[in-house]
Write a protein that binds this ligand. Structure first.
Ligand SMILES: Cc1cc2nc3c(=O)[nH]c(=O)nc-3n(C[C@H](O)[C@H](O)[C@H](O)COP(=O)(O)OP(=O)(O)OC[C@H]3O[C@@H](n4cnc5c(N)ncnc54)[C@H](O)[C@@H]3O)c2cc1C
Length: 406
């Protein structure tokens, strides 16, 4: 048995997300606290826990009473190993691997794949080129096939379709799952469907009772149809795998992948002005609030990082930022992969706007503010000092990179 301590990112996310229906259940029970007049108050009902048969139990070792207030959602979990020695069939998943890692959308898809695989099937992930992911096993990958080669790197949808066709010929998967995303899966999935001559189910958000339900009619209607072989699924189409560990056994193709006629030439990434990226589409947002005391420094830091600027409503109302930069309930709802909040307290209207952000970094003086509770990484301190240190760190990093390249 492994004694590795594993975090549960989903539980941590729910514990931070006050709008989630399970939020209350994920909060550490608070058994004693300082009352307004300085007297320690205790909640006698908070001690103990509900056992598996529904009966309340009290842990008399003292560990629960003494340690629970500091308990975090990071729990020690011995994840059982799910093995499929001889798969009866495969469910193939083609993750987007944005930045070389599984995105939360990819993980939702792996969860859906396990729903379709049941006990007898194996989930086979097909990944193109180099990756930086080390958690395929806990994300639910039973078999991993990495299609290596320069021909698959960059924007190469035609060559990737050839790769998927080779996988299809060898493994004849029962279902193909791709994220219906702008990052690649949406286009690749449709091209692959055309190559196979199959009609894919698109924008699927639920697969249930042998039906898949997808968004249609400009997102206003649901379209139910029998489960298709090729499914392009939306974000949150299923719960990601969190209770099992998987083998992620490496697989190989037995035949070489046919070369496609390269009718598309990838000229590489083009630098864009981060300020010109619409807030709703920005991947990296650097947002300032009432705690920013030096706005020139804030703009310098955003430029050094190459991030799109955002703001809280107070910063906008005070005239430091344009109205179209406001993030939140009455501004823009953003979906950045990284959201840095500088001097923003985390009012509910602001948190609503960043609910879909992947990683949140908070810079704030107040360690108890709601933005720090929501953040994945917090830096406690004076914003100007931290911004200066950040600009220096970025400059040092760039210089090192230049020196290494020379
Ligand atoms: C109907 C309605 C709609 C709203 N919609 C939005 C919306 O869309 N978006 C939005 O943002 N707000 C919205 N608000 C306003 C919202 O309720 C908050 O007032 C606002 O988000 C607070 O902005 P803030 O966090 O920048 O400022 P504050 O609440 O003043 O917080 C400033 C933070 O900066 C920290 N700080 C102070 N000095 C420093 C320093 N030197 N260094 C580091 N940290 C420092 C403080 O600890 C504090 O946490 C709405 C309100 C209403 C009523």
């Amino acid at each position: 048995m492994s004694d590795i301590i594993r975090r549960d990112p989903r539980a941590e996310w729910i514990a931070r997300n006050r709008l989630h229906p399970l939020h209350a259940a994920m909060q550490p029970a608070q058994h004693s606290w300082m009352g307004p007049n300085g007297v320690i108050r205790k909640n006698p009902h908070g001690i103990g826990f509900i056992g598996p048969n529904g009966i309340k139990r009290i842990d008399r070792s003292g560990a629960q009473q003494g340690g629970s207030a500091k308990r975090s959602a990071a729990v020690e979990v011995q994840l059982p190993l799910h093995q499929v020695p001889a798969p009866a069939f495969y469910i193939c998943v083609v993750p987007d691997m944005v930045g070389g890692r599984l995105s939360s959308h990819d993980k939702d898809l792996l969860g859906l794949a396990h729903q379709l695989a049941g006990k007898d099937g194996a989930v086979l992930a097909v990944v193109f080129g180099e990756h930086k992911e080390s958690a395929f096993a806990t994300a639910g990958v039973d078999r991993l096939l990495v299609l290596e080669g320069d021909e698959f790197s960059g924007y190469a949808p035609e060559q990737r379709v050839q790769g998927l066709r080779a996988v299809d010929n060898q493994f004849s998967p029962r279902h193909w799952l791709l994220p219906d995303s702008r990052s690649g899966g949406g286009e690749l999935g449709r091209r692959f469907a055309a190559a196979l001559g199959e009609r894919p189910a698109t924008r699927v958000w639920q697969v249930k009772d042998q039906e898949c339900i997808g968004r249609a009619g400009a997102g206003l209607q649901d379209l139910a149809r029998p489960v298709a072989r090729l499914i392009l699924a939306a974000v949150e189409c299923a719960e990601p795998v969190s209770e099992t560990r998987h083998e992620a056994l490496p697989m190989e193709l037995s035949t070489a992948v046919a070369r496609s006629l390269s009718r598309i030439e990838d000229l590489g990434a083009v630098a864009v002005d981060p300020a010109a990226i619409p807030m709703a589409e920005a991947e990296f947002i650097f947002s300032g609030g009432n705690g920013v005391k030096d706005w020139d420094l804030f703009h310098q830091a955003a430029a050094a990082l190459g991030a799109t600027e955002g703001a809280s409503r107070v910063a906008v109302d005070d005239g430091f930022m344009a109205r179209d930069r406001q993030v939140g309930a009455s501004g823009t709802w953003v979906t950045a992969r990284v959201y840095v909040a500088v001097g923003i307290s985390g009012a509910i209207q602001h948190l609503q706007g960043i609910g879909a952000c992947d990683k949140v970094v908070a810079i704030n003086l107040d360690p108890g503010c709601d933005m720090i509770k929501r953040a994945d990484l917090s830096v406690i301190g004076e914003s100007a000092e931290i911004l200066r240190a950040l600009i220096d760190a970025v400059a040092a990093y760039r210089n090192d990179a230049k020196r290494d390249a020379a």
